[in-house]
Design a protein around this ligand. Structure first.
Ligand code: NAD
Length: 476
């Protein structure tokens, strides 16, 4: 598939390509251009040319384009979901959720497009000030492979509605759905050059975006290490940044919780998308009075998950997205075994069988008795591994929940309002869920604290992140 620049498909002068592999079969399903700095320059020129007319449209007109695009996405959601599963690996039902999620985000921003507000500040004898917001200019978005459609929506929805033009760089292992969605936005009436999707490796295209003086704002979702590199590169041009980085979300289960719901919540929270979700349940703390029974049910449910090709009906969990992701998980579990830093209750290996031999499959894994110093507890585990730990009380649970450099999300499972209030007040995270985990509707701001990054996606907050105030002071 070609890149998408200036409203049309675009190759690259160097004729270099990046293969896109189906993680369930190991087959090459397509290839995309390995874009160069010259390709990025062409995209910057296209975005620059488009900016003056796109910003002059009313917010309502811009919202109408998003609304039409959402309609086309809904019509074609089955094809888009198949494409997403084929390049990313997740089960089809999760891809359908994600594609609909993309449409939801566009509809949310289309829905608020007519409710544009400004402010009037009366300054007495000095006069009156009218405060409006204006777009930043050319913006850029760099997205990962784990939720390429949803995260694309989080970035392009508010950026385009606010009147910016945009360069998007998808991850090299899952660029196809983002390219298809860009085509749909063009088809829905986005003027050529308003959204340009440039493929290529992070060290070339991503770094060139981060350092480019014409790009006024960059929103990045990915790992902490890349986020730090982008921050260094962006400093030279004083670019505004949103950094949505890693997470190690805790889930706390108190004895007054509905245990079955909490077990289901932990399974979905950890094994959705084969554990490759920034806000997945990455550390599970269960009150010691229910820990044994909870672990028993958790193990049983984990073992009932059907691992397979995401296109097959009945698959609960697909492969990991790439061989590298699987190696990272294997190394972690090998280390846990070698050092005795935990007990593997179930999983911990590749599945046997011919149907799994070519893909990047790994069995859903639960580990108990995990040492606090284990990499499972100190780092971010981006795969299907759930460490479960007993805690004596809520104090200990909150202390453990905060024993991380991250601060993306957290959940507490309880029927006690005082416990909820304490978790909300004391856990360092951008969102605290009660009796659920993972849900992020477009209406609410999303983003982390500490090493999970800064800036907010979604809701009205993201619109503010893609625009800045401009004030007219009238001396009468
Ligand atoms: P990654 O940082 O390796 O890659 C993310 C994107 O950055 C890709 O498009 C990649 O090509 C690009 N990139 C790589 N090196 C670059 C460089 N030097 N300069 C500029 N761009 C570069 O991350 P990943 O492994 O693809 O994604 C997984 C990570 O993303 C996890 O840590 C996960 O928690 C995080 N994530 C965070 C959120 C959130 O909203 N906070 C959401 C999803 C994923």
């Amino acid at each position: 598939m070609l890149m998408r620049v200036g409203g049309a498909g675009a190759g690259t002068d160097e004729n270099k390509w990046i293969p896109v592999i189906n993680p369930a079969t190991g087959d090459e399903i397509d290839r995309v251009p390995a874009g160069t700095k010259d390709d990025l320059e062409r995209a910057v020129t296209a975005a620059d040319t488009a900016f003056s007319s796109w910003k002059r449209k009313t917010q309502r007109e811009r919202g109408m384009v998003l609304f039409r695009a959402a309609g086309i996405v809904r019509e074609r959601h089955k094809d888009l979901a198949r494409l997403l599963t084929t390049e990313q690996g997740k089960p089809l039902k999760e891809s359908i959720d994600e594609i609909r999620g993309f449409a939801n985000i566009l509809e949310f921003y289309a829905g608020i497009s007519a409710a544009q507000k400004g402010e009037l500040v009366r300054l007495g004898a000095t006069g009156d000030a009218i405060i409006t917001r204006e777009p930043m200019g050319i913006c850029a978005a760099i997205i990962p492979w784990n939720m390429p459609a949803l995260i694309m929506g989080w970035k392009i929805g508010p950026a385009l509605l606010a009147g910016n033009t945009l360069l998007l760089k998808p991850a090299s292992t899952a660029p196809l759905t983002a390219l298809r969605l860009t085509e749909i936005l063009d088809e829905a009436g986005l003027p050529p050059g308003t959204l340009n999707t440039v493929t290529g490796v992070g060290e070339t295209i991503g770094e060139a975006m981060a350092g480019h003086p014409a790009i006024k704002k960059l929103s990045f979702t990915g790992s902490c290490a890349t986020g730090q590199r982008i921050r260094e590169l962006a400093a030279g041009s004083l670019k505004e940044l949103t950094l949505e980085l890693g997470g190690s979300d805790p889930m706390i289960v108190m004895p007054d919780a509905d245990i079955d719901k909490a077990v289901d919540g932990a399974i979905r929270g950890r094994f959705y998308n084969a554990g490759q979700t920034c806000t997945a349940v990455k550390r599970l703390f269960v009150h010691e009075s229910i820990a044994a029974e909870f672990s028993r049910r958790l193990k049983q449910k984990t073992e009932s998950l059907k691992l397979g090709n995401g296109l097959d009906a009945g698959t609960d969990m697909g492969p990991l997205n790439s061989a590298i992701q699987r190696e990272r998980i294997e190394k972690l579990i090998d280390r846990v075994r070698d050092t005795g830093q935990g007990t593997v209750l179930t999983g911990g290996t590749r599945p046997g069988g011919a149907e799994y031999s070519q893909g990047f499959f790994y069995r859903p894994t639960v580990v108990s008795d995990v040492e606090k110093t284990s990499g499972l507890m100190t780092g971010e585990v981006f795969g299907p591994v759930l460490p479960v730990m007993p805690v004596p009380d809520l104090d200990a649970a909150i202390t453990e929940a905060n024993r991380t450099a991250y601060g993306l999300g957290a959940s507490i499972w309880t029927s006690s309002l005082p416990a909820v209030k304490r978790a909300f007040d004391e856990i360092h995270a951008g969102i605290i869920w009660v009796n659920r985990h993972l849900t992020i509707p477009p209406e609410i701001p999303f983003g982390g604290m500490n090493e999970s990054g800064f800036g907010r996606e979604n809701g009205l907050h993201a619109l503010d992140n893609y625009s800045r105030t401009k004030t007219l002071l009238l001396g009468w």
